[in-house]
Structure formats: structure tokens, C-alpha cells
Design a protein around this ligand. Structure first.
Ligand SMILES: Cc1cc2nc3c(=O)[nH]c(=O)nc-3n(C[C@H](O)[C@H](O)[C@H](O)COP(=O)(O)OP(=O)(O)OC[C@H]3O[C@@H](n4cnc5c(N)ncnc54)[C@H](O)[C@@H]3O)c2cc1C
Length: 479
């Protein structure tokens, strides 16, 4: 089964660091065990005739199923199939696992789909991306992205040697490839990915050639160190369901003179070309579409918890609580509407690829940075002190004070034990280290929200809105 194969494949000599220790057996390590079990189960679904059509497609000319994030959509049915696969995995994980690689895989699929356009940037691009796309699709490669440069001094640029030395750059070119040095700030899923999609983030001056690149880097490359944040995994499933299954590890990448073979160097040495690839609408729309479909599942999960809490403590009859629950439903409807709009307004690009309408996706990603923190706030406002009233574990229901536990933790409409379980689940979402990380993630995963909103304004055809205003003023001045 593919899940087992995925776990075995991680024993490939990669250099993963956690709390001063270099890890050798990720699937057995408590920080990764639950998360990797979840991924294993999801990967196995592609071998399950009952569900494989929901998440996969049959690779033309073969019997083999590949994940639908690798499907290039030329028809609305194919676009819907991609969407269905994103929704399925998101619902299976309650929207809590954002980087199951279907996002980064979609980016590769987008580059492949736009290969003839992007091939104009470099004569080798088309053959390289075709070979890589087929390999990733046929070998079920797990992928993630590492884009942002380390947070050293955001007021400085590459003119500052401290920055230039630390941001990822080429130190040598050889017949085998380029040797790179520097760091990347955060890559979610880094310890258990097969490959990283790496591209430079800043707009560089043309003379700053060595910092401009688009690379696909194997996680076990010699000299590459994957440095994990603190683990938020908690193996006590009964008390911390989410933390026991869904801690997607974030890690910093140190490149200590890493050789990137030429076939993995998609672009380098020209910041304008790197920017052109990064701005490619087909690739971005296919990848960001996953983000928004996933987001709907997460909002539905948070809303389900809010409803259950309100009912469990008899707060659902209060007007202001109903107003807040209605606000959560409005969030879901807005997000769903934007997904539907992006899909129904999809248009073919020059190569005939059906590209979701990115303006709706951008709007969803931007508004999502505000929706999730607000949704979490609402859960807290409804649950009140109930989150910390819940005991350390459910074990006391089976111990000497069992009778008192059943008496004093009773809910309005649920048993004491169910109520405690519910509040512990909710705390995992709103108050645990994992929960806090999720709030931070939704604020920042799509980039700096301030600049993302500003970009929506900057890229908009402003005259379409200001012209009618000026026309009205002109008409009224003639009267
Ligand atoms: C949980 C989590 C997971 C992530 N996973 C990934 C991943 O898998 N892959 C990946 O590539 N990235 C990932 N990221 C990184 C994410 O893309 C960045 O956090 C995001 O782009 C914001 O950049 P930053 O964190 O460096 O913030 P900064 O850019 O350092 O911003 C810090 C503050 O300074 C302000 N600021 C900084 N520069 C400017 C400027 N020039 N103009 C105006 N204001 C400015 C910002 O508005 C903000 O308030 C992840 C982030 C989080 C939190």
C-alpha cells in the first residue's frame, strides 16, 4: 500500500533536527507518529476501490491511480474532480491539515500545464518540468514549498551583506548543477516531504543574479538541514484528538552548500524570469484553489464545535449567541460562494487549461486571514470558562471520584463525559499550542496579509470603479 511505502521512503538519510537531536526514525518518533499515521491512511485511500475515485484519477494509458492534484483540468468535470479531491482529504482531516502536499503538487501541475508558455523563460524548462511532473505523479511524491527568506532584518535588503549571505544564493556552478548556501524560513511538512519547491521571494536587482532561482530540492540532499520547531503533537488521543493526529510540523531549512542537480534547477540567475514564473496565473490559480477548498472544511469544523458547545451548555437560546453562530454560517457561505464563483468563472488559458478565476480565490485567501481568528474568538466567547473547567483528562470518570464527575460536569443536553470530551476537543482547537499555531497559520500562510490586501488594490482595474463617480460628478456639474 502507498501509505506504508511513503513511511519507508522517509528513511533516506535526511537530516532532521528536533530539540538538539538528529532524528533517525521519523514514523516511530512521538512528534511525528500520529501525523504520519494520518498521512499513511490518506495515501492508502488511493489503493482503495471504494474511495480512490474521490481523490484520484486513472493516469492515461495505465491502470494506475494518481492523486487528482496532478490532474490537468481541460474540462469543468476535471476541475470539479480536483476540487472534490481537495474537499475529501480536508473533510477527512477536519481542515486541520493544510499541507498534505496537494497544494505543492498543484503548483507543479500548474507549471507543467503552462510549460509551453513558461518554456519561453528557459529552453530547458519544458523538458525538466515534464520529467519532474511525471515522476512526482507516478511515485506519489510528497511535496512542500519553502519560499520566505529568514526573518533577520526586514528593513534591510541584499545591499546589506548580512542579508545577502544568509538568503539562499548560489556559491558555485559545476557541470553537475549549482551549489547553494543560505536558509529558508518556514516549510510546513518539511521533515517528511520528499522534495521542496524553492523560489526566491524578493524582487531583486538584475545584478543580484545569484539570489534568483526556482529549484526542486530533494529533502535528503547532503548539506540540507531541516530544523523543526517545538512539537505540538500529543499522543494522548482521548484528551487531545487534534494534537494527536494533525500536527503538521513546520521547519526552517539550512542549506550548507547543497548541490542541486541541473535537472532540478528550473530557473536561475534572472530575477525577472523568476518573477514571471511566480506570477503565472495557471499555476497559482490551480494551487491556491486547494487552499480555499480546504478552508471551507475547516470553517465547517469550527462551526460544528461552536454549535455543539452552545447546545451542550444551554447557551444556544441566547440572542447574541445565535447571532454569533449565524456569523459563522455566513463565513461558510461566503467562502463556499467564492469557491463556486472561482470554478464556474474558470476560463481556458492559451493552452486550453481550465483555470479557476483567481480574483475570487485571492479574495477568499485574503478574507480568510480575518475569518479564522474571528471564528476562534466566537468559540471562546460561547464556551466561556468551560474550556478550563474541563479536567486534565477523562480518566477521572473511571476513578474514585467518578460519581462526582458525572454529577458536576453534566451539560444541558449531553452527559458529563460527552461534555468534557467536547470541551477538550474545543480547547485543542482554540487554546492548545496546536490551536494557536493554526490561528497563526491562517493569518500568514498565504503571505503577509497586509501586502496581500494591498496587492488586490494595486492590481485592480481602478477606472472601472472611479469612472462612474467622475461621470456622475460631471453630469451634475452640467445641470
Ligand atoms: C504556521 C506557518 C506555516 C507556514 N508554512 C509555510 C510553508 O510551508 N512554506 C512557506 O514558504 N512559507 C510558510 N509560512 C511562511 C509565511 O508564508 C510567512 O509567514 C508570511 O509570508 C509572512 O512573512 P513573515 O512571517 O516573514 O513576516 P514578515 O514579512 O517578517 O512580517 C512581519 C511584520 O512586518 C511587516 N512587514 C514586513 N516587511 C514589510 C514590508 N516590506 N512592508 C510592509 N510591512 C512589512 C508585516 O506586515 C508584518 O506585520 C508559514 C507561516 C506560518 C505562520
Amino acid at each position: 500500500m502507498r501509505g506504508g511505502h511513503f513511511l519507508q521512503s522517509l528513511n533516506d538519510g535526511r537530516s532532521v533536527w528536533l530539540g538538539g537531536e538528529k532524528l533517525s526514525d521519523l514514523p516511530a518518533h512521538p512528534a511525528f507518529k500520529g501525523t504520519l499515521e494520518t498521512i499513511k491512511t490518506l495515501f492508502n485511500q488511493l489503493d482503495d476501490p471504494e474511495v480512490r475515485d474521490k481523490i484520484g484519477f486513472q493516469v492515461p494509458g495505465t491502470e494506475r491511480y494518481a492523486h487528482s492534484s496532478f490532474l490537468v483540468p481541460y474540462t469543468s468535470e476535471q476541475l470539479a474532480k480536483r476540487s472534490e479531491s481537495f474537499a475529501f482529504w480536508s473533510q477527512e482531516t477536519h481542515g486541520m491539515m493544510s499541507r498534505l502536499s496537494d497544494y505543492a503538487r498543484s503548483m507543479v501541475t500548474g507549471w507543467y500545464a503552462a510549460r509551453s508558455e513558461l518554456g519561453q523563460l528557459d529552453p530547458h524548462f519544458e523538458s525538466k518540468i515534464t520529467a519532474y511532473y511525471e515522476k512526482a505523479r507516478d511515485q506519489d511524491l510528497f511535496l512542500t514549498t519553502a519560499i520566505i527568506d529568514p526573518q533577520i532584518d526586514r528593513s534591510s535588503s541584499l545591499d546589506d551583506s548580512r542579508i545577502a549571505e544568509r538568503f539562499l544564493h548560489v556559491v558555485k556552478e559545476t557541470s553537475e548543477g549549482i551549489v547553494v548556501r543560505g536558509a529558508k524560513m518556514i516549510a510546513t511538512g518539511a521533515p517528511y516531504t520528499h522534495d521542496f519547491l524553492i523560489f526566491s521571494f524578493l524582487k531583486f536587482k538584475s545584478e543580484e543574479r545569484k539570489h534568483a532561482h526556482v529549484l526542486i530540492v530533494p529533502a535528503n540532499s547532503p548539506g540540507l538541514h531541516i530544523v523543526c520547531r517545538e512539537s505540538f503533537a500529543d499522543g494522548r488521543e482521548q484528551n487531545h484528538i487534534l494534537s494527536s493526529r494533525y500536527d503538521e510540523m513546520d521547519a526552517v531549512l539550512f542549506f550548507d552548500d547543497v548541490l542541486i542537480p541541473w535537472e532540478r534547477v528550473l530557473l536561475h540567475g534572472d530575477s525577472e524570469k523568476v518573477l514571471a514564473l511566480r506570477a503565472n496565473k495557471t499555476a497559482n490559480a490551480l494551487a491556491f484553489h486547494q487552499n480555499v477548498v480546504r478552508y471551507v472544511a475547516k470553517l465547517e469544523f469550527v462551526t460544528g464545535i461552536a454549535f455543539a458547545i452552545a447546545e451542550a451548555i444551554g447557551a444556544n437560546g441566547f440572542l447574541h449567541v445565535q447571532e454569533k453562530l449565524g456569523e459563522l454560517l455566513t463565513q461558510i457561505s461566503v467562502m463556499k460562494a467564492l469557491v463556486i464563483a472561482s470554478e464556474t468563472q474558470a476560463r481556458p488559458d492559451a493552452a486550453g487549461v481550465l483555470v479557476p478565476e483567481i480574483s475570487y480565490i485571492d479574495a477568499a485567501r485574503n478574507i480568510g486571514t480575518k475569518f479564522y481568528p474571528r471564528a476562534i474568538e466566537i468559540v471562546q466567547q460561547i464556551g466561556g470558562g468551560g474550556f478550563v473547567q474541563a479536567p486534565a483528562g477523562v480518566e477521572d470518570f473511571y476513578g474514585p471520584i467518578s460519581k462526582l464527575m458525572h454529577l458536576y460536569f453534566e451539560g444541558a443536553s449531553v452527559s458529563a463525559e460527552k461534555k468534557v470530551q467536547l470541551f477538550k476537543l474545543a480547547w485543542d482547537l482554540v487554546g492548545s499550542p496546536l490551536g494557536s499555531r493554526h490561528e497563526l497559520y491562517e493569518r500568514f500562510y498565504a503571505g503577509d496579509p497586509v501586502r496581500a490586501y494591498a496587492n488586490q488594490y494595486l492590481g485592480f482595474d481602478k477606472e472601472s470603479l472611479t469612472d462612474p463617480v467622475w461621470r456622475l460628478l460631471m453630469e451634475s456639474s452640467k445641470r
